[in-house]
Design a protein around this ligand. Structure first.
Ligand code: NAD
Ligand code: MG
Length: 401
């Protein structure tokens, strides 16, 4: 693998910080070219200084000023690019070989797509991009000649379990595959009495038992909408039909996912719950790189448990399966409605149990739109913003917590 010049989209987030940790362990193989951040300009300045980034992207002129204020003398200030178009331009910058797409939500779609179209090595953490625009995104990867490596731990696990097994042709599943078994921790509310769920707080929902992550994905893990997004993501990444993708709850988060073949053989990938393993795999592929992740001590762990997900407890998982079975428009709606619902829940404007209600209301409002083909980014973004208004309106009228 030749030397990589990396653009980290969403550098100030949880995945961004872990990515910089791995990159800085391998100065002989890779360097940061660009970093982007939406808030936390002090952190962005500190990161840009410590990895000598040549470019940073910030959302607006006020953020630019905060970045400059935080940059205290010394080294030359990196080039500062401003706004949404700058994210797209930087993801496709000819200086960049590798893009880590780690912006949260559908906001990360245009830049992730630009990286795919311009043929980069794309490390995809932003699952919402595939959920909202699976066909558009996979077509861009193929036409742009990009190399797509999944970063979501479950999809990295599946990718690793499939290593060496390549599909007969692009867009076809690997031969001999029976099922993908996507593992889920079950989140913080796996065994909480159902009647208590209406009163849970954002802090409780964000306290994930195994993984430390950004707030939005933490809530998604509590509702298991995250697992639903991952089923949709797996469908697009590995060209596997929905009926061959199953979710199994595995509270210890040691097995990150599995692949079952028609001969009964099941391959699993195990490791500590630390995203640096998947990130190092993506950065190093096809070689293995040290990531800083420690030993897996199975003897201390003692046991690994499994159970089937309860769809009454986790209605968001049911809604995601229904959306995938129904249409791409339903997947766009599911994702956009969830982003609004989670934001309102984190802002304490709706209850935890209202999150699936918002999503269901938006899916019901789709009506005839479900059959609409979404083969261009603009069509996806139009439906995304239309759904957000419907969801916002519903949240405004819903009785608060
Ligand atoms: P986070 O909230 O910690 O960080 C999000 C990053 O995106 C930050 O750098 C933020 O500044 C930036 N951002 C936010 N809104 C933006 C906008 N409108 N425009 C541009 N930039 C914006 O999120 P995270 O937990 O790091 O997750 C990032 C992505 O990775 C998500 O898609 C998530 O589903 C996925 N993912 C995360 C984990 C994890 O362990 N955290 C695991 C698997 C997948
Ligand atoms: Mg995951």
């Amino acid at each position: 693998m030749s030397f990589q010049h990396v653009c980290v989209l969403g550098a100030t987030g949880s995945i961004g910080v872990s990515t910089l940790d791995v990159i800085q362990r391998h100065p002989d193989r890779m360097a940061v070219y660009a970093l982007t951040g939406f808030s936390r300009m002090e952190l962005l300045a500190e990161q840009a200084r410590s990895c000598a980034a040549q470019v940073v992207v910030v959302p607006d002129m006020a953020a630019r000023q905060r970045f400059l204020t935080a940059w205290q003398g010394g080294a030359a200030v990196p080039e500062i690019r401003v706004g949404e178009q700058a994210l797209v331009d930087t993801a496709s910058d000819p200086q960049v070989t590798t893009v880590m797409a780690a912006i949260i939500g559908a906001a990360g779609l245009p830049s992730a797509l630009a990286a795919a179209r311009s043929g980069k090595r794309v490390l995809l953490a932003n699952k919402e991009a595939l959920v909202a625009a699976g066909s558009v995104f996979m077509k861009a990867v193929q036409q742009g000649g990009a190399q797509l490596l999944p970063i979501d731990s479950e999809h990295s696990a599946i990718y690793q379990c499939l290593a060496g097994e390549s599909p007969a042709e692009p867009g076809k599943a690997v031969a001999g595959l029976r099922r993908l078994l996507v593992t889920a921790s079950g989140g913080p509310f796996r065994s909480r009495p159902l009647e208590d769920l209406a009163a849970v707080t954002p802090a409780q929902a964000c306290a994930h038992p195994n993984w430390s992550m950004g707030r939005k994905i933490s809530v998604d893990s509590a509702t298991m909408l995250n697992k639903g997004l991952e089923v949709i993501e797996a469908h697009w990444l590995f060209s596997v039909p929905v009926q061959q993708i199953e979710v199994v709850i595995h509270p210890q988060s040691v097995i990150h996912s599995m692949v079952e073949y028609i001969d009964g053989s099941v391959m699993a990938q195990l490791g500590q719950p630390d995203m640096r393993t998947a990130i190092a795999y993506g950065l190093g592929f096809p070689e293995r790189l040290a990531s800083g992740v420690g030993l897996l001590d199975l003897a201390t762990m003692g046991r690994l448990d499994f159970e089937a997900p309860d769809l009454l407890r986790f209605p968001c998982l049911r809604l995601a399966y229904e959306a995938l079975r129904s249409s791409q428009a339903a997947c766009v709606t599911l994702n956009a409605a969830n982003e609004i619902a989670v934001d309102r829940f984190l802002g304490e404007q709706i209850r935890y149990t209202q999150i699936p209600e918002v999503i269901e209301h938006c899916l019901d409002s789709l009506n005839g739109r479900a059959s609409q083909t979404l083969d261009a980014l603009d069509a996806v973004l139009d439906l995304d913003s239309e759904t957000r208004s419907i969801a916002l309106d519903y949240c405004r009228r819903a009785p608060g917590p």
